[in-house]
Write a protein that binds this ligand. Sequence first.
Ligand code: SF4
Length: 267
Amino acid sequence: MARRYLNELGFTSQGKGPSFLAAEFLTHSPAMAKHSNQAGPAIQPAHPSTVRAFQRRLIAWYQQHGRDLPWRRTRDPYAILVSEIMLQQTQVSRAMLYYERFLTRYPTVEELAHADEGEVRETWEGLGYYNRARNLQRASQEILAKHEGRFPKTHEDLTALPGIGDYTAGAVRSFAFHQDAAILDTNAARVLTRFFALPPEQQTNRFLWSVARRVTPAGQAHVFNQAIMDLGATICVARTPRCAICPVKIRCRTVQERRKVRNKERS
Ligand code: SF4
């Protein structure tokens, strides 16, 4: 089981490996479920020191190696929303070409809400998936109509806007308002799955969101969220993770399991 799982994660190994359970690491806690106000199964890290080390190392690495992206230089929720919508189906390098241009043309919620739809489409042209621009304009119109132009700050209000799901709401809340909001995108999900060596049955959206909420440090979500996404985008990449230079490798359960498999093969 371990070998097949490691292979699925991009590691290759010869020979037989021992079975392992992520449940040793993250356990369901009925007591916590009862008192938790978070959606999804309650999860209690079995090793809090590992989670703390994960947070500390990740943030320290990000502060030194994080990508300098234009939307990381602002706390304007509208600008952050524009970047997040652009990034939904577009690579970072491509979104960067359009981000400044779009904001120059429509610098505020009001200007986008009142803009001509055809012109918005024209500005978006080349990015594809025009539905995103239409939702962005509709969201701006709703912010004016339902929130008197004040940018919504809660998960409920944000996810009620067109085109905004759990990830985008978490990104806006943490990056713009510095709230303790978790995020889960493909990169973050891959890092969590590998770091905690979650078996396939725990690689569900619901379970991973619960893990993300549990490991996001209070007061530092805005940095931690950027850090975990950067780690997934640059080090813990899909095909061949660069474990040798990974800041969290010392505590990574997948690396530990890979080592166990190798040691067993040698003995
Ligand atoms: S050591 Fe880092 S890069 Fe390697 S699997 Fe673990 S989290 Fe990913």
